[in-house]
Design a protein around this ligand. Structure first.
Ligand SMILES: *[C@@H]1O[C@H](CO)[C@@H](O)[C@H](O)[C@H]1NC(C)=O
Ligand SMILES: *[C@@H]1O[C@H](CO)[C@@H](O)[C@H](O)[C@H]1NC(C)=O
Length: 125
């Protein structure tokens, strides 16, 4: 059995422009333990926007399915990546790819992105 992915982008804090998943696409089947390219797209940024980092998590949905699971409140599951986000300009816009190894789990799952950005130089957190 494979994991079928649903995708969610979560709000971090001081969020101005949110990145989205280009890859994988919603509904993608992922074999347990597979390494998969995850590509993020960031809307054009302003010079005052500082990328503070992202976390990509995989949550296997509860037995009643993914519909009522809100990663922002209910949790993002196992962290697949937690670190810097430094999208580079290319013909698709600002993107960054990560090769991430998925856990040995099966069933409907939510891949979520949590993003932290700072806007402006005088802001304190
Ligand atoms: C991911 O793996 C593919 C295939 O091995 C490779 O071409 C690509 O450069 C890798 N991407 C990153 C971001 O490491
Ligand atoms: C994944 O989990 C299954 C069931 O627990 C197990 O049989 C299998 O060996 C595991 N595969 C890996 C790569 O850990």
């Amino acid at each position: 059995m494979l994991s079928i992915l649903a995708l969610a982008s979560l709000i971090g804090y001081a969020l101005a422009q949110q990145a989205i998943f280009l890859l994988p696409e919603p509904g993608t089947s992922i074999a347990p333990g597979a390494t998969v390219e995850v590509e993020l797209h960031q809307a054009d940024t302003t010079s005052s926007l500082a990328e503070l980092g992202i976390a990509i998590g995989l949550m296997v949905c509860p037995s009643d399915g993914c519909a009522y699971w809100d990663p922002a409140n209910d949790g993002i599951g196992q962290i697949l990546y937690n670190g810097p986000f430094n999208p580079q300009w290319n013909p698709d816009g600002y993107t960054q790819s990560f090769n991430l190894t998925f856990p040995n789990v099966t069933g409907p799952s939510i891949l979520s992105l949590t993003q932290m950005q700072g806007l402006g130089v005088s802001e304190t957190f």
